[in-house]
Design a protein around this ligand. Structure first.
Ligand code: ADP
Ligand code: F6P
Length: 319
């Protein structure tokens, strides 16, 4: 039976990570476990940045964005010798199990640590929503609302000037933030890897919208999909739209977590503690139809999100 559980956050921070942390600490202590936090992700783990916590340690952090236990990226964690060092440190502290809050990369680290005898459970902490074993990752809802608010602001000024706004949206290689924001803001064009258009098609659509005397035009492009500066130059050259580019970037990652984000995070964290208490590891928890679910990490990372096709159709229908 495990007695001591550690928690770390890893990869890009996300709003709601603190809620998952607080939920895990509370559920762990209620299950008579000693709870520890590890600062700075896997990097802090191999540096031994470990602290024992109680139910009140982060009591007032539920509404705070980012992660209070900090995060980091440590590419060397892919090396066996580095992970062996992590296991050695955990064993010295008597920590038997870990909750890893992060994205798919962090999940790989968790899976490999489990193979070395430390049971790990992953919680999906990333704004990108790129983990298909959960309906929503922790951070996605808040980031989506941030993105939509920003775009609403951009639309106010774009429509006042009869302009075309091109907005680049962060999300790594995952299109979800761009797709959902496109539907929520009634964008004219959504450009993602799953929904590509040629530059000619974009120009043709924008020229048609100009001819129809549309007030403003809104083009959303997901990060890492194309050169948005180049796109804006083409639009300026080949249409009469006065065009501006906004790259939302890291503004998307901060901010107070939404209420649903907090509730889902606490719910999933409680489930993670239950799984560890049953002696399970190498799994990740998600939310499906409002209930927590768990998958082996290996399986989870192979799943595909089939919701996209339906959602793109919604947008195309209203175009
Ligand atoms: P995210 O978890 O948000 O996807 P990263 O992909 O940057 O973010 O991964 C976070 C960290 O997880 C990496 O810096 C590394 O420490 C660890 N990690 C990523 N991939 C692996 C892997 N294949 N094996 C072991 N650890 C990994
Ligand atoms: O995974 C979260 C994320 O914000 C991605 O959307 C983005 O591509 C990446 O992290 C940015 O990483 P960094 O903060 O290291 O620039």
């Amino acid at each position: 039976m495990i007695k001591k559980i550690g928690i770390l956050t890893s990869g890009g921070d996300a709003p709601g990570m603190n809620s998952a942390l607080i939920g895990a600490i509370r559920s762990g202590i209620n299950a008579n476990k000693e709870m520890y936090v590890i600062y700075d992700g896997y990097k802090g783990l191999i540096e031994g940045k470990i602290q024992k916590v109680n139910k009140d340690t982060f009591k007032d952090k539920m509404n705070q964005g980012g992660t209070v236990i900090k995060t980091a990226r440590l590419p060397e964690f892919k090396e066996l010798s580095v992970r062996q060092k992590a296991v050695e440190i955990l064993r010295k502290e008597g920590i038997d199990a870990l909750i890893v809050i992060g994205g798919d990369g962090s999940y790989m680290g968790a899976k490999k640590l489990t193979e070395l005898g430390i049971n790990c459970i992953g919680l999906p902490g990333t704004i990108d929503n790129d983990i298909a074993s959960t309906d929503y990752t922790i951070g996605f809802d808040t980031a989506l609302n941030t993105v939509v608010n920003e775009i609403d602001n951009i639309v106010d000024t774009s429509s006042s000037h009869h302009r075309c706004a091109v907005v680049e949206i962060m999300g790594n290689r995952c299109a979800d933030l761009t797709l959902y924001a496109g539907i929520a803001t009634n964008a004219d064009i959504i450009l993602t890897k799953d929904h590509p258009f040629t530059t000619d098609e974009v120009i043709e659509t924008l020229n048609r919208k100009k001819k129809d005397d549309q007030d403003y035009a809104l083009v959303l492009v997901s990060e890492k999909f194309m050169d948005t500066n180049g796109l804006v130059e083409e639009i300026k050259k080949r249409t009469s739209w006065d065009t501006r580019l906004t790259v939302l970037g890291h503004t998307q990652r901060g901010g107070r977590p939404s209420a649903m984000e907090r509730v889902n995070a606490v719910y999933m964290a409680d489930y993670a503690i239950k799984l560890l208490n049953e002696g399970k590891g190498g799994m990740c928890v998600g939310i499906r139809n409002s209930k927590p679910v768990a998958y082996p990490i290996e399986e989870a990372l192979k799943l595909e999100n089939n919701l996209h096709k339906e959602l793109y159709k919604l947008h195309d229908d209203v175009k």
